[in-house]
Design a protein around this ligand. Structure first.
Ligand code: GLA
Length: 381
């Protein structure tokens, strides 16, 4: 992170240690994450909050849903703000969260009518979005209490989150053992490594549902944020937001983010796809395709604060959702009401409804294989 490097240099010149100045990593590595009680579920299960800090980035993660409850990064003057939408109370996450900050599984985004056929067997999933299954069904990974293990590794700090999803959970076949590792690096990058194995053939597509507002959550809309997505095509949807199967060119449409563009510039264009989704809520087909290593795919920049977010992934798709369904009924961490477009999601993923779309990259996982994907969020100012 550019700013923390500057801070470290300034601190060294003043004769204080980098750790004292940045308040984060010491010479030998980051400080171990700190655990506190966040709340209790109705059945008495304790939910903890873990505080992590490294390289100028501070985050709080809940054992419930692996939720990033807050994520603070500095602006161009070194002032931190929480750039991720969320709640203060566990009760709000349980009752009414539109996946704020949560881990999503077993399947990110929609599966048509919650049905798919694998190796000749039909499966019916939990349906929770009209007639479709969204983000793993009624009780997806976002509503599970994960086992959390903190770690420090050289200059990095992080959490390992574990969840075993039993055979048949939400209709999905196979016992799925998922491990998600959140790492905060010495540069203040937030890296997510997803891993999963199964004992029966299944489908899996894990992602993270942080709502970003680089000016600070609760500060207003994200229409001035400039977005770049390295994708020449996207997957148009039907009225239920299920991909039609077409990979449509972005050229000459509001979906062209190949060069940095303010989100608000075309969001009100009378394009049928924008009208259906009430804004952007689509999967971009990343030009790089599936890669062995994470590659840069998107940049988000808030001109007012100077904060930037760069996303790298090895996944082939990116769901850009412009917070269309936020409707002024939820009050966030800072006590402010979230209205439409007050945050946006950039969900790295395989394409929605792949189990029903033979031409899309496969999301099938078989016994003996390990599902592995990585996404890195790098902050600057
Ligand atoms: C995803 C979907 C949206 C919406 C949000 C959660 O991004 O694509 O349609 O369901 O999750 O509100």
């Amino acid at each position: 992170m550019e700013l923390s490097r500057r801070t470290v240099i300034a601190g060294a010149a003043a004769g204080v240690t980098a750790a004292a100045v940045a308040g984060t990593a010491h010479a030998t590595g980051g400080r171990k994450p700190v655990k506190t009680l966040f709340g209790k579920l109705a059945d008495g299960t304790k939910v903890h909050s873990w505080s992590l800090e490294n390289g100028g980035t501070r985050m709080r993660v809940l054992s419930y849903g692996g939720i990033v409850q807050s994520l603070e990064v500095p602006d161009r003057r070194g002032r931190h703000a929480n750039v991720s939408l969320g709640f203060d109370d566990l009760a709000d996450y349980v009752a009414s969260s539109p996946y704020f900050g949560a881990l999503i599984g077993r399947y990110g985004n929609r599966i048509d009518k919650g049905r798919f056929t694998l190796d000749g067997t039909d499966h019916q999933l939990s349906v929770n979005d009209g007639e479709n299954s969204l983000h793993g069904g009624a009780r997806g990974f976002d509503k599970r209490v994960w086992d959390v293990e903190p770690f420090t590794a050289g200059p990095d700090v992080g959490l390992r989150l574990y969840h075993t999803s039993v055979d048949g959970e939400m209709g999905y076949p196979g016992t799925l053992r998922a491990t998600v590792t959140y790492t905060l690096t010495r540069d203040g990058d937030w890296r997510i490594d997803y891993e999963a194995t199964t004992d029966r053939a299944t489908v899996v597509n894990l992602t993270s549902h942080v709502y970003w507002n680089l000016a600070g959550e609760g500060s207003g809309g994200i229409e001035d944020h400039e977005l770049t997505i390295a994708a020449s095509r996207y997957t148009p949807t039907d009225a239920g937001l299920i991909p039609t199967g077409e990979l449509a060119p972005v050229a000459g449409t509001p979906f062209d983010f190949r060069r940095a563009k303010p989100i608000g510039r075309d969001i009100r264009a009378a394009h049928p796809q924008l009208i259906t989704a009430q804004g952007f809520d689509h999967n971009w087909v990343l030009d790089k395709g599936i890669t062995d290593r994470p590659e840069h795919v998107a940049t988000l920049r808030d001109p007012s604060s100077g904060r930037t977010l760069r996303i790298a992934t090895n996944e082939p798709g990116l769901q850009f959702y412009s917070g269309n369904f936020l409707d002024g009924t939820l009050t966030g961490t800072g006590g402010r009401v979230y209205r439409q477009g007050d945050g946006l999601c950039l969900e790295t993923q395989h394409f929605p409804d792949s189990p029903n779309q033979p031409s899309f990259p496969s999301t099938v996982l078989r016994p003996g294989e390990t599902y592995r994907t990585t996404t890195v969020h790098s902050f600057g100012s």
